[in-house]
Write a protein that binds this ligand. Sequence first.
Ligand SMILES: *[C@@H]1O[C@H](CO)[C@@H](O)[C@H](O)[C@H]1NC(C)=O
Ligand SMILES: *[C@@H]1O[C@H](CO)[C@@H](O)[C@H](O)[C@H]1NC(C)=O
Ligand SMILES: *[C@@H]1O[C@H](CO)[C@@H](O)[C@H](O)[C@H]1NC(C)=O
Ligand SMILES: *[C@@H]1O[C@H](CO)[C@@H](O)[C@H](O)[C@H]1NC(C)=O
Ligand SMILES: *[C@@H]1O[C@H](CO)[C@@H](O)[C@H](O)[C@H]1NC(C)=O
Ligand SMILES: *[C@@H]1O[C@H](CO)[C@@H](O)[C@H](O)[C@H]1NC(C)=O
Length: 532
Amino acid sequence: MKGLSFISAFFGPALLKSQANAVNVTRPCTASTFSDVSLRGGEILQVSTAVISNYSAPLTAQSLNQYPEAVVGLNACEANITYTHPGQNDTITASIWLPLKWNDRMMGIGGGGWMTGYYFALPWPAAKGYVAVMTDGGHVLSESNNWGLKSPGNVDWVLLNDFASIAVDDAATLAKAATKTFYGESPKFAYFNGCSTGGRQGYMLAQRYPQQYDGILATAPGINWDRMILGLLHPQVVMNEKKIYVPLCEIDAFSAVAVAACDGDDGVKDGFILEPSTCKFDPTTVIGQAYNCSTGPSGRLTAEGATIVTAAWSSVKTVDGDLISGRPLSYGPSIGAPLLGVANTACTSTNSSSTTCTAAPLGVSLEWIKYYLAKDEAFDFSTLTRRQYDTLYRQSINQYSSVMGTSDPDLTDFKQGGGKLLTWHGLNDQLLNPKNTIEYWERVKEQDPEIDDYYRLFEAPGTLHCSPGNGWFPGDAMDSLVQWVEEKIAPEQLRAKTVGLEKERTVDLCKWPAKLKFVGGDADFAESYTCV
Ligand SMILES: *[C@@H]1O[C@H](CO)[C@@H](O)[C@H](O)[C@H]1NC(C)=O
Ligand SMILES: *[C@@H]1O[C@H](CO)[C@@H](O)[C@H](O)[C@H]1NC(C)=O
Ligand SMILES: *[C@@H]1O[C@H](CO)[C@@H](O)[C@H](O)[C@H]1NC(C)=O
Ligand SMILES: *[C@@H]1O[C@H](CO)[C@@H](O)[C@H](O)[C@H]1NC(C)=O
Ligand SMILES: *[C@@H]1O[C@H](CO)[C@@H](O)[C@H](O)[C@H]1NC(C)=O
Ligand SMILES: *[C@@H]1O[C@H](CO)[C@@H](O)[C@H](O)[C@H]1NC(C)=O
């Protein structure tokens, strides 16, 4: 305290001036301020505003792609702009937070699962000075889908297109217009920030609306959606086909044995595999080994369990072994990644060895089949055969790759416009294998060897889907992107650290295709690693 007042006595006035940005001159936070905002192809139905005064949120509040950070004393104007695309009968609301201390930038916030945008993620960027925008995409803000069908047999194509691309583009247009009217100036720079569905949206923006954003931070992106989303069901299809349902606890035990087998290969025993693709672990070799469950009885690893984890870790091919242009249909999670997303089961009891289990397919993938492929709310997954699964893949690709695939490798316009696309992907991602992203990167690189000028991809060992887990989490990635866009300093490595663990570990993540390698020394420090 004493030191602090000493410093402020000497440097106080200067420090105060640079820290506390003068509050910008703004128009009143009322609907009429935004009455001139318009949208091509859209008709504004309503604007509602709210004064956000002295808003604070705790450390634990979600801050997308960032280290947890509290929001303190934010003053902003919230404008909800509700509109329709005339003739389409949709009703979409974009929510915009305009901070009174503005940094001249705008940030679009992506969604997750079936959510087109995360409302809860607006305060963090607004507190940093960004105008922040998200959209509800015209449907209820929920990770699950109850809006896919107009009627049995009939997909709601309008809402699907709004979710896939159109509402995300609209939100950027509306936020820019609202910025101009509120402060009298347009944003100097626009950034997008999203993970998973939000990551896919970032790629969609780069591919289809290349002028909207100067910088796109799109992490663990759900691209190749039409194939990837079905791939997440592969272990579940194998369960039904072979009628074997293994408690998750045993599946987790297989993962733990695999991690124990390969963890040390990289020179560091730290609870995760630095480079899972080099782990040659055969689950059939540990059948019969005893394991303990934290949530259930101890037991012995079974042949059935080995079959399911093998299915979970494999890439998916059709029954006939067909590949699409030499590539698998989709990829399972890496060895060592948690398998609760793809290989979950629902069991009658967690504490009895006589428990009976059934397949527990991932909601978002099951809903994809129900609403968009079978077009039947009552679709029964348990009767799906392997052959029918292949048929669904073909249908998914044929009907939806241009809508949801987000796999166009031609980023020429984004590049020409000076845009930058920054991606990281956790190697322990329990849903999307980084290979799904790497496949896209390679396809872009085939088209344009100068990919490095505008698109960079970083692997984050140990890191989960959109969250740190035990791995290194690059929570400063947005700052690196801003530096790339505004100062032309492109990130060669991404500083990352563990979050919430007993001991903080730091590393500089490597730019794909380079791999992180331990070179000796203290495994908790970035200096002990290199990129090869
Ligand atoms: C808003 O205030 C910040 C900090 O004082 C300043 O950098 C920025 O240029 C201002 N913007 C406008 C439009 O006045
Ligand atoms: C804006 O929309 C959000 C999300 O639906 C809602 O929580 C908030 O209350 C709305 N604010 C106003 C001013 O309508
Ligand atoms: C802002 O809120 C904090 C508590 O969250 C309170 O201590 C402070 O007095 C408030 N400031 C103003 C200007 O209202
Ligand atoms: C438009 O949507 C509303 C519900 O949002 C519905 O009640 C109405 O029937 C729809 N109109 C048409 C022409 O589909
Ligand atoms: C399981 O727990 C028991 C009792 O705590 C212990 O003796 C045994 O070694 C454990 N087995 C494994 C495989 O961890
Ligand atoms: C086992 O689980 C059942 C419910 O699934 C519960 O009623 C019972 O108390 C549990 N027994 C023990 C010993 O935990």
